[in-house]
Design a protein around this ligand. Structure first.
Ligand code: NAD
Length: 679
């Protein structure tokens, strides 16, 4: 039974018991409904306490039933809440732990709430492109001030019960769970005879609003979530709670919920949610594989990546040794780490104490002898195969047996790197993205030799350092950078055919990318991609690519750092100004190639860029480099700023239909540089 009923001192106690999160699936709703009816009909019972087992009151919808008919089967959550509203005996929620989504809506439909401290309270539906659809937007503002409601519902952020202790959400508060049930029973006894029963729906929604409250909330969202309808619908529903009576407010909430449920944005966000759940699964690996203990880490190379990677581990409380052969690089690296932590302190994101603790966890060293005993080494030296091979030879000679030897290479052949050691089974790719202490993505690259326990340990470690780990096989660029190559290639071809950098950037930014390819390259440094291109062309002289990027670099236009790239820049100003010199260079380059330039629509720009990604993604899947299409989406969403409301490049292609995609690809193949579209 997913919920049990017990009677103690005339109080019925209904306990939700549906591990792991007491999800409100159909069976649980049915059980609660039946127990409520039994308690109501039992003349011995004077009041009802509703609680949960373990550390969760209820985490809301049952993920296993997500998207199935069972989600809406009667008793649906809204009808269960109506049953609670009209119950002729008071219902007291005893909030023993996490109370989220439908779980919080269930608690809100109780007549009173008793809570313990430090429990998580949230209405996270907006993260799935939805809004709380079972009265949450109407009941919460009857107990909690509107500012908090707007923040909580429009962001989906979790609050701790202690932060809400001043609100009317809780009628009694106990410091520890051990006292909770008895306090709730005593409370139930005290209020059992209060009539009329105090229903949240009968309260007046919170009035701490000004005429600007909702307009300001919408204006703020316009900056943060302009492509997502759900946060705006949350504001509409909350506004209804103060402007309409409860039943009309509920109707409004229901209509908005239905609209959101059908919206492409919510479908995309739900796809991402499922993708995240699938990402950690590796088909041929037994989940019970024992892990290697990782209690200490060393990073080789104190450059841009090495320092960011070191911070990840220090943030998780792990001691880090940062090794660089150049004294100056090490000093600079350690100073950069301190600067970044100090900046977090200045922004109020970290205490000074935490800053000191984390800085102290990262110790600079110069010799391999100082790192022999660590459990994991992450190499982040120059992207040069000979240099990296040399580092791995040294690691092989010095590291203790069983240490995991990881490389942060972006493009190099990890099989080859593994083979310079006598322990290739311990070698793996851990490809962080820049800035490494911020970007959520981690490509975990499995070589031909990587041992399964090494792989599983790295996945577990990724969780500890709060990264989304995606498994990838060895190839040039793994998943993300291999696709990026096709994207940037198409972007340059678009210039040859008649676009300006700003037209391409503008079209893809309107699609939802935070930055188009040319602004992005100017930020990252055009010289970096130039160097990679040179290496690739040397390896494959017949490769088809646009030489525009090379021309740009030959002009010394490396991007923001030289105040000149695809755009012009001014001192201390990151604004990208259209560059006559570059636009002229593009035109004359096209003339030299004999390409007649034409007007290109924004739709074609977006399709060519996004389908360049999806087409390569499909090849990556065929080559077995990625485990599933949704992993490829996550790589792009978490590592490359693909707009979340579009669900990822593979999802975009699947939504268009691969048949349509293939038609478009055929069409593109007939154009300039069509040979690059080979399927
Ligand atoms: P970087 O030039 O900023 O830093 C490299 C550091 O390694 C320097 O401090 C250098 O002194 C040190 N170093 C060089 N050889 C060494 C050796 N033999 N032993 C010890 N230290 C040595 O480079 P980066 O941007 O941090 O890139 C490092 C690695 O990370 C590369 O493989 C790169 O492809 C990869 N990567 C970079 C990015 C990025 O955006 N920068 C993103 C993902 C991966």
């Amino acid at each position: 039974m997913t919920a049990s009923l017990a009677i103690q001192d005339h109080i019925a106690i209904i306990t939700i018991n549906n591990p792991p999160v007491n999800g409100l699936g159909h069976a649980t709703r049915t059980a609660i409904s039946e127990h409520l009816r039994a308690a109501e009909n039992n003349s011995d019972v004077i009041a009802i306490v509703l609680t949960g087992t373990g550390k969760v009151f209820s985490g809301g919808a049952d993920i296993k039933e997500f998207g199935t008919d069972k989600t809406y089967a009667e008793p649906s959550l809204p009808s269960l809440l109506v049953q609670m509203d009209v119950c002729n005996k008071p219902i007291i929620a005893a909030l023993n732990g996490v109370c989220m989504g439908g779980g919080l809506e269930l608690a809100l439909a109780c007549h009173y709430r008793v809570a313990t401290s430090a429990i998580q309270i949230a209405l996270p539906e907006v993260k799935l492109g939805l809004l709380p659809g079972a009265g949450g937007t109407q009941r919460l503002p009857r107990l909690v001030d509107m500012k908090t409601c707007l923040d909580m519902i429009c962001s989906g952020r979790s609050y701790y019960s202690d932060q809400l202790v001043e609100t009317k959400l809780f009628d009694a508060f106990v410091p520890t769970t051990t006292q909770l049930l008895q306090t709730a029973i005593d409370f139930a006894d005290k209020v059992a005879s209060v009539r009329p029963i105090l229903r949240v729906r009968d309260l007046i929604a919170n009035q701490t609003i000004t005429p600007e409250t909702f307009a300001t909330a919408r204006a703020n969202l316009q900056k943060k979530s302009k492509h997502l309808p759900a946060p705006f619908a949350c504001v509409d529903a909350l506004e209804a709670s103060v402007k309409l009576d409860f039943d009309l407010g509920i109707q409004t909430e229901r209509q908005l919920f239905q609209q959101l449920l059908q919206s492409p944005e919510s479908r995309a966000l739900r796809h991402i949610f499922m993708a995240e759940r699938a990402a950690g699964k590796i088909a041929d690996i037994d989940a019970s594989t024992p892990l290697r203990a990782i209690n200490s880490v060393a990073i080789i190379g104190a450059g841009t990546m090495g320092t960011g990677i070191a911070m990840n581990f220090a943030n998780a409380g792990l001691p880090v040794r940062l090794l660089d052969l150049q004294e100056a690089s090490l000093t600079r690296g350690l100073a950069r780490i301190r600067e970044q932590y100090q900046a977090a302190v200045n922004k109020g994101k970290l205490t000074q104490n935490e800053c000191e603790q984390r800085c102290n966890l990262i110790v600079g060293v110069h010799s391999y002898d100082d790192i022999t005993e660590v459990d994991l080494v992450v190499e982040a030296v120059f992207e040069d195969l000979a240099v990296k091979k040399n580092v791995f030879e040294q690691l092989d000679q010095t590291m203790k047996p069983g240490a995991i030897l990881a490389s942060n290479t972006s493009t190099l052949d990890l099989n080859e790197i593994a083979m310079v050691t006598k322990r290739p089974q311990d070698v793996i790719g851990l490809h962080f993205f820049s800035p490494a202490n911020i970007m959520e993505l981690l490509e975990v690259v499995r070589t031909k030799y990587t041992a399964t326990d090494v792989l599983v340990t790295c996945f577990s470690l990724a969780k500890k350092i709060k990264k989304t780990a995606i498994i990838a096989g060895v190839c040039d660029g793994f998943i993300g950078n291999r696709m990026l190559e096709q994207y940037t290639k198409q972007a340059a071809f678009l210039l040859e055919e008649g676009c300006t950098p700003q037209q391409v950037d503008h079209a893809i930014e309107a699609f939802g990318f935070a930055m188009g390819p040319f602004r992005m390259n100017d930020l990252a440094g055009n010289d970096i991609s130039w160097a990679i291109r040179k290496r690739r062309i040397a390896a494959n002289p017949n490769a088809i690519y646009s030489k525009l990027g090379d021309r740009l670099c030959e002009m010394g236009r490396f991007g923001q750092k030289t105040q000149a790239g695809w755009y012009d820049y001014q001192a201390n100003d990151r604004t990208a100004y259209s560059s006559d010199i570059v636009n002229q260079m593009i035109r004359s380059h096209a003339q030299d190639l004999g390409v007649s330039q034409r007007q290109i629509s924004d739709e074609e720009i977006v399709q060519r860029l996004v389908l360049a990604l999806a087409n390569e993604g499909r090849k990556i899947l065929r080559d077995g480099i990625a485990a599933r299409a949704s992993d490829i989406d996550l790589v792009y969403l978490k590592g490359y700023g693909f707009p979340i409301h579009r669900g990822g490049p593979m999802y975009f292609a699947e939504s268009l239909g691969w048949e349509k995609v293939d038609q478009l690809l055929q069409q593109f193949q007939r154009g300039h540089r069509g040979q690059t579209w080979i399927l």
